[in-house]
Ligand binder design. Structure first.
Ligand code: MV4
Length: 521
């Protein structure tokens, strides 16, 4: 095992990795920016190295400064956390060139999987089902039109260099494809310096289900079951749970085993996550694979009793996998919610400021991962995740009640400071969510509900849940047919009248510059 690990991150994940190292008897060094001089990780680490100013380009994204810090403190390995340089194959390569173990997969594997088009091709070859579409990047608008005509609308144009919801455009009708194609290529070139795009059938009314895997450097791997991460706003997850609810045990096993097969086929090592969309008929489709520890990893830890960061460290140190698949017995239900310092009533705008009051919840089966404390100043430079509240219970209903109870206890206050807690409460209260029957459209449905009091025009209750899946023996709806209402969450057409295909209420088109440093997941 390593003697000393350099933690190349900040916030709650720096603390998480630091704790894992301490528990394994590994000495810790942490890098920090000028904005984080007083952070909990800096206080707790054996050593701390200031690497630059607040701007992440010049600190947490500065590979040369991080490698120099590792050399100074004599660290043998670098843990990148999530976000920042965690999925940067060039950084992993630079670490190797400097005799440092990057805690993650080999650089060539990272590079092949960071290219979403290449990941799609590799996983298809390994036998994973994909959304219909092009395997190679689509080089001309004519080719895009042809691919789309072949698979049927809606389609989604995705940047090969994107991922995590960045650089993708949904196209509902053929007339809109040429513009969307050109726009996505131009945006991808600007954001990633790479304008290759591919085209997929756009799956509406689907759940975002992901599988945690651990693979060692000797060809062994295990999966740790599923998580549902459908509760997202603009590709920022708000609530995650394990296992994915309301799917048959057979489907969950098949998805998890298929995911592991894919990870092993591409030479993946370390802790990884394969993302799938699961449609109303429980068919699943591979989207992408993430080569990092994810924000929501605690829900998997809670149902398996396995410390994923410990396992990352053992694997990176060359140890054979410490678990056989039959020793991993997921038990009960874990739910996490993210407490971001943002105002849900103002478009989730960050509300940095000083936390005059900060009292995290406690109690049974309640875990809070946070770098916050009373007096902590949340700055404007990094993403706004302040805490993750994670609970475990033997069943889902008790887990959700326990999470509500924990949120009741959480006191956070300061001038101008708002959090996502009120919005998360609305999710936990939602009837479809309570039943476990929700999709990626849930958040937009909640945001479309007008909360302003207006007795003259009461907001009609939105429809409840996805259409029940086809009974056994009955054909599943034709994928190529026009979509039903895009989400279970869209207002339904009057009885007897067909719902016309239309885009969801809030834009799902998202071509954004690279995620704010420190964001990920
Ligand atoms: C999709 C999709 C539907 N069809 N691809 C978003 C994050 C990235 N990992 C992949 N994502 C999606 N890809 C196809 N072919 C739906 C998503 C998606 C999503 C889309 C709109 C609004 C919220 C979403 C949440 C999760 C996934």
């Amino acid at each position: 095992m390593f003697d000393k690990v350099l933690i190349a991150n900040r916030g709650e994940i720096a603390l998480r990795v630091l704790r894992a190292c301490r528990e394994l008897g590994i000495r810790t060094a942490v890098v920090y920016s000028a904005a984080d001089a007083e952070s909990a990780a800096v206080r707790l680490a054996d050593q701390a190295v200031r690497i630059g100013p607040a701007a992440s380009r010049r600190s947490y994204l500065n590979a040369a400064a991080i490698v120099e810090a590792a050399r100074q403190v004599g660290a043998q390995a670098v843990h990148p956390g999530y976000g920042f340089l965690s999925e940067d194959a060039d950084f992993a390569e630079i670490c190797a060139e400097n005799g440092l173990t990057f805690i993650g997969p080999p650089p060539e594997v990272m590079a092949a999987l960071a290219d979403k088009s290449s990941a799609r091709a590799l996983m298809s070859r390994a036998g994973l089902p994909l959304p219909a579409g092009s395997v190679q990047p689509v080089a001309t608008v004519d080719a895009a039109v042809e691919v789309a005509a072949g698979i049927g609308y809606p389609v989604i144009v995705k940047a090969a260099a994107g991922g995590g919801g960045r650089g993708m455009t949904v196209v509902w009708a053929p007339a809109d494809l040429p513009r969307a194609y050109a726009k996505t290529r131009a945006a991808a070139l600007a954001a990633f310096g790479d304008d290759r795009v591919y085209v997929e059938r756009y799956l509406t009314d689907a759940r975002h289900v992901e599988v945690q895997v651990l693979c060692d450097a000797h060809g062994n791997g295990v999966h740790l079951g599923t998580r549902d991460c459908s509760v997202q706003r603009r590709h920022q997850k708000l609530v995650e749970e394990a296992p994915a609810p309301a799917l048959s045990a057979a489907t969950l096993d098949t998805i998890a085993e298929t995911a592991l097969r894919g990870a092993l086929a591409v030479g993946f090592t370390g802790a990884g996550t394969l993302e799938f969309l699961v449609d109303a008929e429980e068919r699943f489709h591979f989207l992408e694979i993430n080569c990092r520890i994810q924000v929501e990893h605690p829900v998997t830890e809670m149902i398996t009793g396995i410390d994923l960061v410990h396992e990352q460290l053992h694997i990176a140190a060359g140890a054979p996998l410490r678990w056989r698949q039959d020793e991993i017995r997921p038990h009960g239900v874990a739910v996490e919610c993210r407490v971001n310092v943002e105002d849900p009533d103002r478009g989730f705008a960050p509300t940095p400021g000083r936390l005059e009051r900060f009292v995290p919840p406690g109690g049974p089966f309640t875990r809070v991962d946070t770098h916050g404390r009373p007096g902590y100043v949340v700055g404007p430079h990094y993403d706004s995740l302040l805490a993750k509240v994670v609970v475990w219970a033997p069943d889902r209903e008790l887990a959700l009640n326990r999470l509500e109870r924990a949120l009741d206890e959480f006191e956070i206050g300061g001038p101008g400071v708002r959090t996502t807690i009120p919005f998360v409460r609305r999710v936990l209260d939602d009837a479809a969510f309570r039943k476990g029957r929700y999709t990626t459209g849930l958040v937009d449905r909640l945001l479309a509900v007008d909360l302003s009091p207006d007795p003259a025009a009461p907001t009609p209750a939105p429809p409840e849940q996805a259409a029940p899946s086809a009974p056994p023996g009955q054909a599943a709806p034709d994928q190529a047919a026009p979509p039903a209402a895009p989400e279970q969450d869209a207002p339904s057409a009057p009885p007897g009248q067909a719902a016309a295909p239309r885009p969801p209420a809030a834009p799902v088109t998202a071509t954004r510059p690279p995620a704010p440093a420190g964001s990920s997941a």
